[in-house]
Design a binder for this molecule. Structure first.
Ligand SMILES: [Zn+2]
Length: 237
C-alpha cells in the first residue's frame, strides 16, 4: 500500500468534513441516508463510510476495504457492505475517479423515480462541465449484481453523476470535494427543473453556448490567477 497512515487519517478527516457539507447543503433525504468512499491512489482499497446516516460519520466509522469487499482496517456492518459494489464499479469503470458519493437527494431522486435524465438547463451544470444529460441507471435491487451492472452501463468517461432509478443519486469526481460539488449542483438543477415544470418546463442551454463557455473557461484557466498590477517604479501623480 503506497498511502501512509497519516495520509489515510487526513482523508478520513476530509470525509467527515464532506459529510457535514452534504448535510448542510441539504443534498440528502430526511432519513439522512447516504454513503461515500475515497479510492486510495495506486491501491485496490478505498475508505468507505460504515453508517446509515451521513450525519453519523466519524473518523472511527471509515473502514479501509478492498474494492472486492475485504476489510483491511476497521469494521464494516453488513448493510454497509452491501454498497461496496456500487462504489467499486465506478473506480473500475473510470480509473480517473477518486471519490464516490451516494445520497437520496430529494429533487434529484424525483428525476430518478420518474426515470428522467437531468439535462443542461442550469448554468451551474455547465460551469462544472456537466453538459451531457445526467443518465438514469436502470433499477436493480440494493446490493445486487444487476444494480451494479446498470451503473456501469450508464457511465462513459465524461459521466460524473448517475441517477439510480427508483433509488437515489451517485456522483463521482477525481477528488472528494469535487464529487460533493457535483451532488450539490445536480440537486440544484433538479430543484430548478421541477419548479420550471410548473411554468412551462426548463429550456436547455444551447450546444453553441456550452462550447463558447467551455472555451472561455479554458482561456481564463490558461491565464492563471489574476493579480493586481504592481505600481510602476517612478510612477508619479
Ligand atoms: Zn441508497
Amino acid at each position: 500500500m503506497s498511502s501512509s497512515v497519516t495520509q489515510v487519517e487526513a482523508v478520513r478527516r476530509q470525509m467527515v468534513a464532506a459529510a457535514r457539507a452534504i448535510v448542510k447543503a441539504g443534498a440528502i433525504s430526511r432519513s439522512g441516508h447516504g454513503n461515500m468512499s475515497v479510492h486510495l491512489p495506486g491501491t485496490d482499497t478505498m475508505l468507505l463510510t460504515n453508517v446509515m446516516n451521513l450525519e453519523d460519520v466519524t473518523v472511527e466509522r471509515l473502514p479501509l476495504v478492498t474494492l472486492g469487499g475485504r476489510v483491511i482496517d476497521g469494521e464494516l456492518d453488513p448493510v454497509s457492505a452491501e454498497v461496496i459494489g456500487m462504489h467499486a464499479v465506478v473506480y473500475e469503470k473510470n480509473p480517473d475517479m477518486g471519490a464516490v458519493v451516494h445520497t437520496h437527494a430529494p429533487y434529484a431522486t424525483a428525476y430518478a423515480v420518474a426515470d428522467r435524465a437531468i439535462e443542461c438547463w442550469y448554468e451551474g451544470l455547465a460551469r462544472f462541465g456537466l453538459t451531457d444529460p445526467i443518465p438514469v441507471a436502470k433499477y436493480g435491487p440494493r446490493g445486487s449484481r444487476e444494480s451494479v451492472t446498470n451503473i456501469a452501463d450508464a457511465m462513459d468517461e465524461r459521466t460524473r453523476g448517475v441517477l439510480l432509478q427508483n433509488h437515489g443519486v451517485l456522483t463521482f469526481e477525481q477528488d472528494l470535494m469535487g464529487a460533493v460539488r457535483v451532488l450539490v449542483v445536480m440537486e440544484e438543477a433538479a430543484e430548478l427543473g421541477l419548479r420550471a415544470h410548473a411554468i412551462g418546463g426548463p429550456t436547455l442551454i444551447s450546444r453553441e453556448a456550452i462550447a463558447y463557455a467551455q472555451q472561455r473557461a479554458q482561456e481564463f484557466a490558461a491565464q492563471g490567477t489574476l493579480h493586481a498590477e504592481p505600481p510602476h517604479a517612478g510612477h508619479s501623480h
